[in-house]
Design a protein around this ligand. Structure first.
Ligand code: DP6
Length: 329
């Protein structure tokens, strides 16, 4: 086989990855915890073709900016190295959600690419090996390989840094109502942001305290304790954004509507609604709630001025191969 198609979901981090010990291998400063997001996906087809003179990449039918092309070329070099051949590939990828605005398209993109490219190259990687491979493309992509609720064990080198599932997708019906307040491509991508993390005087204490937050959040997930979960998820998001805002140069991902949504969420929870927020490297707000409340939360979010649309993500399964013809999920 020299071709394969794979589907992977983005993930939302409840305990965030921010800053690398080794930027080339993407060994993170701290462990992280996330949930895959069903409904949203990247679908990627890879075909190694001896007739090609270079790799060819399209995302959503277009050739992406040169920087994205180079990142995929470098990633494919690693797959070729593992497989022991030099053939170039045609890569066709699609996302069913806006890219580059705080919804992790690089995570689902590189997870789907890892599975499709390694399969097309004839490599038979197990889930841990796939997670390690995906990590080389984008750190958070290693968390989109296993299913459901996922922990990235930070490790200290290439062998020991990978993600595992801590609970299956049907363990807890948490929904992520994503309040989109901007569809613009962000100015500073997370790769550049990770480099700046160490320049914040707050990064050291954020990293030192991560083990405690991971244990607290993992338990809240395993015991389905929403109140405890909400507390730690908002704290972790705020800690990461405090690091971003105090980096040199400073990084502000929030927009006025971001803060409006955060304030509403805090009010709703104070009024007894099970809801909390978390924000990645972009202005959009991931509002987490339980399945029975998500329709009401989406309706409330849609009424906030500045919210352009609300996307819904439910707990998603692992990255998987799909039939290219039917594209079936
Ligand atoms: C804020 O995995 O996107 O979303 O490895 O450079 O692709 P690269 O970074 P990326 O960083 C994710 C940052 C985050 C937090 C998280 O998802 O844990």
């Amino acid at each position: 086989m020299n071709q394969a198609t794979a589907l992977a979901h983005p993930n939302i981090a409840f305990i965030k990855y921010w800053g690398d010990k080794d930027p080339d291998l993407r060994i993170p400063m701290n462990g992280s915890l996330s949930m895959n997001l069903d409904c949203l996906y990247s679908r990627t087809a890879v075909e190694f073709d001896p007739g090609l003179k270079s790799d060819q990449l399209t995302i959503g039918g277009r050739v992406p900016p040169e920087i994205a092309v180079q990142r995929v070329n470098r990633f494919l070099d690693q797959v070729r190295h593992l497989a022991g051949f030099h053939t170039f590939a045609k890569v066709t990828s699609e996302n069913n959600f806006p890219t580059g605005s705080g919804i992790a398209s690089s995570a689902s993109g590189f997870a789907a690419l890892s599975l499709a490219a390694s399969t097309a190259a004839g490599l038979d990687l197990d889930q841990r090996e796939l997670s390690r491979l995906a990590r080389l493309g984008s750190g958070s992509a290693c968390r989109s390989i296993p299913g459901g609720f996922v922990e990235w064990l930070p490790g200290g080198d290439d062998e020991s840094s990978y993600a595992i599932s801590i609970a299956a997708h049907d363990h807890w019906d948490l929904h992520d109502c994503i309040a989109v307040v901007s569809r613009e491509h962000k100015q500073t991508g997370s790769a550049a942001g990770h480099v700046l993390a160490a320049s914040s005087p707050l990064q050291k204490s954020r990293v030192t305290d991560t083990g405690r937050r991971i244990d607290f959040c993992r338990n809240a997930i395993l015991y389905r304790d929403f109140q405890a979960f909400a507390e730690i998820v908002e704290l972790d998001s705020n800690l990461m954004h405090a690091v971003m805002m105090t980096s040199q140069p400073q990084l502000y991902y929030w927009q006025p509507a971001t803060l409006d949504v955060m304030q509403c969420v805090i009010e709703w929870r104070a009024g007894g609604f099970p809801v909390c927020f978390t924000i990645d490297a972009g202005p959009n707000v991931h509002v987490i709630t339980t399945g029975d409340n998500s329709a009401a939360v989406m309706e409330k979010l849609n009424q906030i001025p500045g919210v352009l649309e609300v996307l819904l993500g439910q707990p998603g399964r692992e990255a998987r191969l799909i039939d290219q013809e039917t594209g079936g999920k």
